[in-house]
Design a protein around this ligand. Structure first.
Ligand SMILES: Cc1cc2nc3c(=O)[nH]c(=O)nc-3n(C[C@H](O)[C@H](O)[C@H](O)COP(=O)(O)OP(=O)(O)OC[C@H]3O[C@@H](n4cnc5c(N)ncnc54)[C@H](O)[C@@H]3O)c2cc1C
Length: 454
């Protein structure tokens, strides 16, 4: 196998030394629930789509599992190679060009989120979405249909993708969509690939919608004394007709802890928790007017005096602290959930989570994308408590979300760690159709087996 792969990508891009591939055996999933990697693994780094195609053709003919890998920032174990086989890293495929006329970026799969944001910025355009970790790759972001902060106004990754180049497990190359705003040709295979977590095809190139920059933006930090008042303000803001770029929920203790780790200071003293709201508009008057209305709505719902950040560095500092909460909690975290409920039910959902915390006499930190009804609840490690304990709390949180019309994952995906939960909360017919689709694309089950569906 090694010689065949070396012939395709060159000797220096085929790596078997375990020490050199260690970073490719894990992702950001908390270690307690993270799947164990297989033993006999080879890391392959193709330079272009043709090489990806040849690797897949070879693997398919020889029935060798292939694990597509982006930045390894996933939180559901999706990129972890659990059977002996090939780790396919797209990191060398990192070219990007901007089509200013069509407001689009054409990015190879290995372009990082950081590079995409910068390239758009340099062309005086804007990629609004911000799914947390900027070392994630465009291919990974599409494969997981990432969400994150700043999805309230323009939606999640799916809403940005206009075209894909993918390689099927057989090695065939397929182009889907294009630089188009409308496209009704055939079944929508492009949207089937988006969010398929590396189980149907390897994404090699992506066409993404960009937006003109907003001339006027501000970040409001609105303090509250309790979770319920903060989260029940969110539907009221959305019902008023205001559509901010982001509505995030965070807690004081987490922000202070994270700021300290980053060597910064969290600037707000009042309150126990906050809504962070990014308002982005075409004029300063419009932005100020909306900010005032948001503050009024929140004050009528129990909010204290908001902090209004307009200078860019102040806004970036707030987002930086928010984006790094996971880093602060990770060493003590047993599991990080991304349950999502209808936005108007988020107040009821957090009340249910508080009840569960009381029942188990534990702390369940919560933060996240309140405007999308999508919260990250952390189940913390506790001395002497094993996997059963984690599963019990997780199930109760899932039950609470599903009862409110929600789902067990809104952005991190099923990966390898949520397969049993998927089966529990998904209709049997749905699962059967998923299995059939997987079989059509990947009859030999070589692409990321035991992920998304099994
Ligand atoms: C601090 C932190 C904050 C985060 N915040 C958010 C957030 O706000 N919102 C959110 O949605 N996620 C968030 N995440 C999770 C993670 O960043 C996203 O899931 C991201 O999309 C993963 O991209 P990646 O390139 O790292 O993919 P990887 O982790 O490498 O892979 C993820 C999945 O995609 C598949 N894959 C990767 N590349 C390809 C490809 N080219 N073709 C086919 N399949 C591929 C893999 O096989 C795997 O199943 C966060 C993670 C961290 C660590």
């Amino acid at each position: 196998m090694i010689e065949a792969l070396e012939r395709i990508v060159g000797k220096e891009n085929v790596i078997t030394d375990r020490e050199k591939i260690e970073n490719y055996l894990v992702d950001e999933t908390p270690s307690i629930i993270r799947p164990k990697p297989a033993v006999k693994l080879v890391l392959v780094k193709p330079a272009n789509t043709k090489e990806v195609s040849e690797i897949l053709k070879f693997a398919n003919e020889n029935k060798i599992p292939v694990y597509p890998r982006g930045g390894g920032t996933g939180l559901a174990g999706g990129a972890i190679p659990t059977r002996d086989g090939i780790i396919l890293s797209l990191e060398r495929m990192d070219k990007i060009e901007i089509d200013k006329d069509n407001l689009m970026a054409i990015a190879e799969a290995g372009v990082t989120l950081e590079k995409l944001i910068k390239a758009a910025e340099e062309a005086d355009l804007f990629f609004p979405l911000h799914p947390g970790d900027e070392s994630a790759h465009v291919g990974g972001l599409v494969a997981t249909n990432a969400g994150g902060a700043r999805a309230v106004k323009y939606g999640v990754m799916r809403n940005y993708v206009r075209g894909l180049e993918v390689v099927l497990p057989t090695g065939e190359i397929l182009n889907l969509g294009g630089k188009l705003q409308k496209n009704n040709v055939g079944y929508d295979l492009m949207n089937l690939i988006i969010g398929s977590e590396g189980t149907l095809a390897v994404i090699t190139k992506v066409i993404l919608r960009l937006y003109p920059k907003f001339p006027a933006t501000a970040t409001l930090v609105i303090p509250f004394n309790n979770r319920h008042e903060a989260l029940s303000s969110v539907p009221k803001i959305l019902q008023s007709g205001i559509m901010p770029l982001a509505i995030e929920y965070v807690e004081k203790e987490l922000m202070e802890k994270t700021a300290k780790i980053l060597g910064e200071t969290w600037p707000v003293k009042e309150g126990q928790c906050y809504l962070l709201i990014i308002v982005a508009e075409q004029s300063r008057d419009q932005m100020l007017n909306e900010s005032l209305r948001i503050a009024e709505i929140c004050k009528a719902n129990g909010a204290l005096e908001p902090l209004f950040a307009e200078p860019r560095d102040q806004q970036e500092k707030i987002l930086r602290i928010r984006s790094n909460i996971y880093l602060a909690l990770k060493p003590y975290t047993a599991d990080i959930l991304d349950t999502t409920v209808p936005p108007a039910s988020i107040g009821k959902f957090i009340d249910a989570v508080d009840e569960i915390a009381k029942k188990y006499n534990t702390y369940l930190p919560a933060y996240g994308h309140a405007g999308d009804g999508n919260l990250h609840i952390h189940i913390m490690q506790e001395e002497g408590k094993g996997i059963d304990y984690i599963e019990k709390i997780r199930s109760e949180i899932y039950e609470a979300a599903v009862k409110l019309g929600g789902v067990i994952t809104g952005e991190h995906g099923i990966g390898k760690v949520r397969l049993s939960s998927l089966k529990r909360y998904t209709d049997e017919k749905y699962l059967e159709l998923m299995r059939k689709i997987k079989k059509i694309f990947d009859p030999n089950n070589i692409l990321n087996p035991e992920t998304k569906i099994s």
